[in-house]
Each structure stands twice: as C-alpha cells, then as structure tokens.
Design a protein around this ligand. Sequence first.
Ligand SMILES: [Fe+2]
Length: 200
Amino acid sequence: MRSEHLQTFLDAARAAFTAHVRDPRASDSIARIFDALSKPGEPSTQPGTRLPVCDHLQQATSDAHFTDPSLKALSSAFMTLEPSLTWYRRGGDNTNASPEFAENHANAMIVGPGGAERRTDVWIGVSLVAPHIRYPDHDHPPEETYLVLSEGDFMQGRDNWVTPGIGGTLYNPPGILHAMRSGAAPLFAFWALWAAPHGA
Ligand SMILES: [Fe+2]
C-alpha cells in the first residue's frame, strides 16, 4: 500500500514532469516511469532524517519562486512528504566537486533503492545543494530526466554547461557525464531515472 502523501506527491510529479519535458526521449522516459509507478512497491519502515544543509529547504521551496501551478503543487506535495524521507550524502568519488561539497548537499530517494518506496525499476529523488557549491562529475547507466525548481547550472557532457531555470528540464542519456552547480541561491531539482531494461 502507498501512503496518501506519497501518492499525492507522485501525482504532482507526473503532472509537473509531463508539462515541462521538451526532449522526446524525456517524454518517453517519463511516460514509462509513471506507468510503472501505477504498481506500488514496498513501503520503507525507516523514519525520516534530515541533514544540516536541509535548512535551505524552506528558501528553496518558497511559493514565491513558482508562477506555474504544477510546480507550486509539486513543491508543496514534496514538503508534505519530506518528513518521511531519509536525506543522505552522495558516496563515491568527488571529481571536480567543491572542497566543501560533502556538508553542503543532500539527496533524498523518494521511490527507488533505499527510498520511501523501495523498488528497483524506477528511481525518483531530489537534490538540494547549498549556494556556491559544485556537485561532482558523475555518470550512471540509467537514463535520467531532471526537473529543476531553482536557479543553477547543469553540465551535460564534459564542460558543456546549461542553465535550465525554474521549470526547466534536462535529459541525460545513459552513461553521459554530468554535474551541477549552484549560484547565489540553493539548487533544488528532482530527478527521475528509468533503471529497468527497455522493453521490460
Ligand atoms: Fe545523475
């Protein structure tokens, strides 16, 4: 069974991602992801935990940033769900990251491995990065679509930086090198990954 808070969040995420994706590969991926989510996974029994950097959440999710109703709804459904999430620091190598990266970012898996709903086929989560911090370069096999809810820059491929802006989206094909960096404001973005084989 799925909690009402999680279902409300997933409905809001589906609406917001669907309204904002531009790349046809991202549209396909998002449709596939939310179709798979019609079947609930296993709920986590782990209590939610925050990290100190989560003090930036209030600013990052302020209604004042959003004119689009689907982004407002997503941000508010997320904050209702947030107390049940386990925020964590990224492991692995920190290539090109700011020296203060570790204590100045946090991720939370909403559905996916270690998430509030445990499953392996689909991962949806969120990243929060304090101002003036660069995230490490990284890559992963699943394709990934970002929905960005703040200012901030995103790298797709080595040294190719773009600024999607609030409501902007990015599609990362499988294995592409990518990163992100915040400016004066905290960076806040959702990601949705298709981790099951295509055609499965
Ligand atoms: Fe990624």
